[in-house]
Design a protein around this ligand. Structure first.
Ligand code: PMP
Length: 362
């Protein structure tokens, strides 16, 4: 007889990462995983290489050097930070620590897919609140949450939509939720946002004991391959996460490269500037092709295709792949008529626009 996993585990569809190759095309442009078009900080590379001589050593289980560097650069308290193997791990730890079977978890309709996995891993119930214009609708989240929700996950800004809600809206949401509901703000793309009314939520998490923020080194810092993320929030939550995480959950090269990366403000600025330039280009050019493009504050755009045979998202995806341009279908989010396209290097962005112009004109 098969050994049975816990209830609900076999209902989980494993997360499917963005494709990495285009059959038959050498050196395709990978615009499928919201990676940093500029690579990463050279200081981070140097720190990673310097760590190579110490791979036989265990890392510092508390990732002290890294938490101190984050605290210093972001103006936070190191003892309110926990680091993890990607912000994915922080999200998983929150589920492991706080969700009981049957608990209610609320997300926004097109919320990042990992929230579903986190809920299912704990046999919790996931409820999705409808969005308006591909944007979190705070009233719908409040209505969905009611007074019996354990965790509300809001990616702000959200992947795959690229949209955000203002700090005032986040605060209105928090004020309307009961104190027994933990509000998790996933600010993976925070550093790309240049909107006066946006805030990643660190201030709110400092003010309250029911808000937790997750951040990542995978996007603006360009360290997706290293798997490094962090969370910030009340000491009581940090204490709980420290009990459920692995004792050495962040590896030694990641600690050291991460500390170097977060101190490289110049690389971060260059990444944000590159992104601002090319996200504007993609939105303008693709919009000009009669494609609906959801306005994005992230390093990707969500593009909506017609249902006309030959012009669908699936057709466009196949066409782009043949041209060596790998983008991300988002059917798993219920967005089968859309593709998510990551900002790339200048040449890749231009190729992408040219290819889609040809596709639409055919
Ligand atoms: N949150 C959001 C909204 C994301 O888009 C991603 C990456 N796709 C993550 C979290 C996880 O990032 P990582 O585990 O690389 O830190």
């Amino acid at each position: 007889m098969a050994i049975e996993p816990r209830a609900g585990i076999l209902d989980i569809q494993p997360y499917k990462p963005g494709a990495a190759d285009a059959p038959g095309v050498a050196n395709p442009a990978k615009l499928s995983s919201n990676e940093n078009a500029l690579g990463c900080s050279l200081n981070a590379v140097a720190a990673f290489e310097a760590a190579a001589s110490r791979l036989h050593r265990y890392p510092d289980g508390g990732a002290t050097v890294l938490r101190d560097a984050i605290a210093h650069e972001e103006g936070l308290e190191a003892d309110h930070i926990v680091c993890g193997t990607g912000s994915d791990e922080i999200l998983q730890l929150l589920g492991r620590a706080y969700l009981n079977p049957g608990d209610k978890v609320v997300q926004s309709q097109y919320g990042f897919l990992v929230y579903r996995l986190v809920a299912m891993q704990s046999d919790a119930r996931l409820v999705s609140a409808p969005e308006r214009g591909y944007t979190t609708d705070v009233d719908a989240v409040i209505a969905a949450a009611g007074d019996d929700t354990k965790i509300v996950f809001i990616a702000n800004p959200n992947n795959p939509t690229g949209t955000y809600i203002s700090d005032a809206e986040v605060r209105r949401l928090r004020d309307a939720l009961p104190p027994t509901t933990l509000l998790v703000l996933d600010a993976a793309y925070a550093e790309f946002v240049d909107a006066a009314d946006y805030d990643p939520g660190m201030k709110l998490a400092r003010e309250r004991d029911d808000v937790f923020v997750t951040r990542t080194f995978s996007k603006i810092h360009g360290l997706a391959g290293l798997r490094l993320g962090w969370g910030y929030g009340p000491k009581a939550i940090i204490d709980v996460l420290n009990r459920v995480r692995g004792p050495f959950n962040v590896n030694l090269p990641a600690i050291e490269a991460g500390a170097a990366a977060i101190a490289d403000r110049d690389f971060m600025r260059r990444s944000a500037t590159h992104n601002a330039t090319w996200i504007a280009y993609l939105q303008q050019q693709l919009g000009g092709l009669d494609l609906e493009v959801t306005p994005s504050v992230c390093n990707f755009v969500l593009v909506h295709f017609p249902k006309t045979p030959g012009k669908t998202a699936a057709d466009a995806d196949a066409y782009l792949t043949r041209q060596g341009l790998i983008v991300r279908p988002v059917g798993a989010y219920g967005l089968k008529d859309s593709l998510r396209i990551t900002v790339g290097k200048e040449a890749d962005n231009r190729r992408l626009v040219d290819a889609l112009a040809d596709f639409m004109a055919k």
